[in-house]
Design a protein around this ligand. Sequence first.
Ligand SMILES: C[S@@+](CC[C@H](N)C(=O)[O-])C[C@H]1O[C@@H](n2cnc3c(N)ncnc32)[C@H](O)[C@@H]1O
Length: 281
Amino acid sequence: MKQGLYSSYVFTDKDFDYIRALIGEYSGINLNQGKRELVYARLTKRIRNLELTDFKQYCDLLRSGNQEELIACVNAITTNVTSFFREEHHFGFLAETVVPWLVNQQAGSGPAKVRVWSAGCSSGEEPYSIEMTLRDSPILEKRDVKILATDLDSNVLQLARQGIYRMDQLDKVSDAKRRKWFLWGDDKNLGQVKVRTELKSRIYFRQLNLMGPWPMHGPFQVIFCRNVVIYFDKVIQKQLFQRFADILAPEGYLFIGHSENLFGVSDRFRSIGRTIYRKIN
Ligand SMILES: C[S@@+](CC[C@H](N)C(=O)[O-])C[C@H]1O[C@@H](n2cnc3c(N)ncnc32)[C@H](O)[C@@H]1O
């Protein structure tokens, strides 16, 4: 029987355990008991769209190996909250400390490579904020700069590539940067802004599951992985930071989220304060 818009769907412990295990294995996201309501709320829309009657039917669809639905399910479960210049001090540090280091360590070696990775970039505000910061650093002008921006969620990556945002999302973007890097919508696009093509040109958006193989070899001088591992358990975090250390250049910089830390997770980085780390080995 088709459920109406306000109907509730039967959601048993068995259904929750199945979804929890599947998502955990696929993405590393740890859905503990406290996330049960979140799972219900996020997946109800899928069940309704697919015209299924309950979570058991939905789990059966996933059990059948339907890849398209697995991706839709993961997309629905991920939390994508982000903003331009979120945790602003990171960008001040990037401009004032990291950029001079990038230039000095490679002085005299031609158009040296600068490789930055925004891991878990969501809808693009983070890599665009990184790029606005790097573009404002004239000493980097002659460098071969590339920013890899990856996420598991294919929906947010599409938004990131489009680079279209509401004007009120530019709260923390200075007037000068707004004028320089955004186009203003009019008529039916009033209230929207679009990232200029030039700001996109050195950013490579790719879908990548941090739990899976990484096709790139690095090294990266800088990795931003902010507000991503908060959803993973400690075992997964340990494996991930081991891999980040392996792909970072010596003394490379790692930026993590405001409620994350590497205590008891990795001894391959030293803290240099306020959720910024450097690789030590
Ligand atoms: C809360 S957002 C953080 C966005 C941005 N880094 C920031 O701090 O504003 C977390 C992002 O991590 C992504 N994510 C979660 N699990 C992932 C995985 N296994 N591989 C890659 N990305 C993942 C989610 O899709 C989501 O877009």
